[in-house]
Write a protein that binds this ligand. Structure first.
Ligand SMILES: Nc1ncnc2c1ncn2[C@@H]1O[C@H](COP(=O)(O)OP(=O)(O)OP(=O)(O)O)[C@@H](O)[C@H]1O
Length: 468
């Protein structure tokens, strides 16, 4: 794809020489000799990048930049100058220029900056494309909210969707869906068409954190071979979501606080501040108040983040959501794994309702995926779930057992009652369920279960491996 440039330069000889070289490099170039002409052309020729000379009669490059940022805020503008001062450069960056480049005959700096601008646009378009799909995926009416607890949680979410500048702190146990809810807020808000950049605080190397977040100037540290745009800048107009914010190193906490207070960023190695318009969300499963008390988290940042705190409730407090969520995960997994599983059987429903799900929604999703993988029929039953889950659940699995008879005669044997749905289940399903039920009866003791089933331990293990 050829990138379209609008080159604004008042000196005819420079304009023609630059246009020629840029066309040689594969750019589609439209030229303008004055700011007025460039602003007029922007309406018909929609460039990907505007390259504007700084010093011109009538409208200066900075004045054009200021107007362009009102008309097309997303258009990257590169300001060119032969004799610009630091003051001009700072002003250009403050007005939202993509970069400020010295004019030179070889045009190396300009070509390098154009490459960065087009890389940035490619990335931005990928993010937007991605967000186009996510708007449907995270639509508010697709969020499962059968329980009153989730419904009142969603009422708070709706307020935050409307107020898209408010900083949000999402708290909750692991796997409750903090990140998921963050995306729901972003993709239903007026910011939905702009990027949602997620920063996984524990996984970014400490020494790179600052430049990842704020970007850097060429040569600002060893290895900074070019100028780099930071994650916060990439989210312009959208949302930055800090996952596991408690892991943000203390010196960066101070810098993030400044971003929240001043709504500007400064790239590493640069004196210029760049205005930013992003909503900040942060998530944690730690108690930030305790982290503040231990001196591990800045109190001022905690107060800044804590404008609105949402606590995503654990699944055990919204049990009505378990089955609809499980059904959603079943359909998703069956599709992804190309399995014919269609229904969540009665026994599986009872098991999931009785299981405490310490890992919350993530655990439920993983359990369903595993069970779908191991299910040979079209209905997911309790016996398809791991034995420890069956043991931890309330245990009225499809195969209920008559423990009283075993107790009465003092033997280690008992009856196992299995229901068999003709046409919906296979002999293999039946065998699986007998094995799982006997294992459950033996408290997970495989040697005892193998003895009761009349097979060797090795055969039992082999039989329990997935037949996929
Ligand atoms: N209401 C929901 N509907 C559908 N899927 C959900 C829902 N809530 C969470 N999930 C899914 O559950 C998984 C865990 O959610 P998420 O990663 O948001 O949890 P988290 O609270 O951020 O976890 P952690 O603290 O461990 O990072 C994800 O796959 C997510 O898509």
């Amino acid at each position: 794809m050829a990138w379209h440039l609008l080159l604004l330069e008042d000196e005819a000889s420079v304009r023609e020489a630059f246009a020629l070289r840029l066309r040689d490099q594969g750019y589609v170039v439209q030229t303008a000799e004055s700011g007025e002409e460039a602003l007029g052309l922007l309406r018909s020729f929609e460039p990907d990048v505007l390259v504007a000379d700084l010093v011109m009669p009538n409208l200066s490059g900075l004045e054009v930049l200021a107007r362009v940022k009102q008309l097309s805020p997303a258009l990257p503008v590169i300001v060119l100058t032969a004799r610009g001062t630091v003051k001009d450069a700072v002003e250009a960056m403050r007005l939202g220029a993509f970069d400020f480049v010295a004019k030179s005959i070889d045009m190396d700096d300009l070509l390098h900056t154009l490459r960065r601008a087009t890389e940035f646009l490619t990335l931005q378009r990928q993010v937007q494309l991605h967000s186009g799909q996510d708007v449907a995926r995270y639509a508010l009416d697709r969020v499962i909210a059968k329980s009153p607890v989730t419904r009142s949680f969603l009422a708070q979410v709706q307020e935050l969707i409307k107020n898209d500048r408010v900083t949000v702190l999402l708290q909750g146990e692991t796997g409750t869906g903090k990140q998921y809810m963050g995306r729901v807020i972003h993709y239903n808000s007026p910011r939905a068409g702009r990027p949602c950049v997620e920063v996984d605080c524990p996984s970014i190397p400490r020494d790179l954190f600052e430049s990842e977040l704020f970007g850097h100037e060429k040569g600002s540290f060893t290895g900074a071979t070019g100028r780099k745009c930071g994650l916060i800048e990439m989210a312009e107009g959208g949302t930055v979501f800090f996952d596991e914010i408690a892991d943000l190193p203390l010196p960066l906490q101070a810098k993030l606080l400044r971003v929240l207070e001043e709504r500007t960023i400064r790239r590493v190695g640069s004196a210029a501040t760049i205005p930013i318009d992003v909503r900040v969300m942060a998530a944690t499963n730690r108690n930030l108040k305790e982290a503040v008390a231990k001196g591990e988290f800045r109190e001022d940042l905690y107060f800044r983040l804590n404008v609105v705190t949402l606590t995503v409730p654990p699944l055990r407090e919204r049990r009505e959501d378990i089955i609809p969520l499980a059904e959603q995960f079943l359909n998703r997994s069956a599709l992804a794994l190309k399995k014919p599983v269609r229904t969540l059987g009665e026994s599986a429903q009872v098991l999931l309702q009785g299981y405490h799900l310490p890992g919350n929604v993530r655990e439920l999703s993983n359990l369903i995926e595993r069970a779908v993988l191991f299910c040979a029929g079209t209905t997911l039953e309790a016996a398809n779930f791991p034995i420890d889950v069956q043991a931890a659940g309330s245990m009225p699995v499809a195969a209920s057992l008559d423990a009283s008879s075993a107790e009465a005669d003092g033997s280690d044997s008992g009856d196992v009652h299995i229901s068999f749905r003709v046409g919906a289940q296979s002999l293999a399903d039946l065998e699986d369920r007998i094995i799982e039920a006997v294992l459950a009866q033996s408290g997970g003791n495989k040697t005892l279960a193998a003895k009761q089933l009349g097979v060797t331990r090795w055969m039992l293990d082999r039989r329990r491996k997935p037949r996929v």
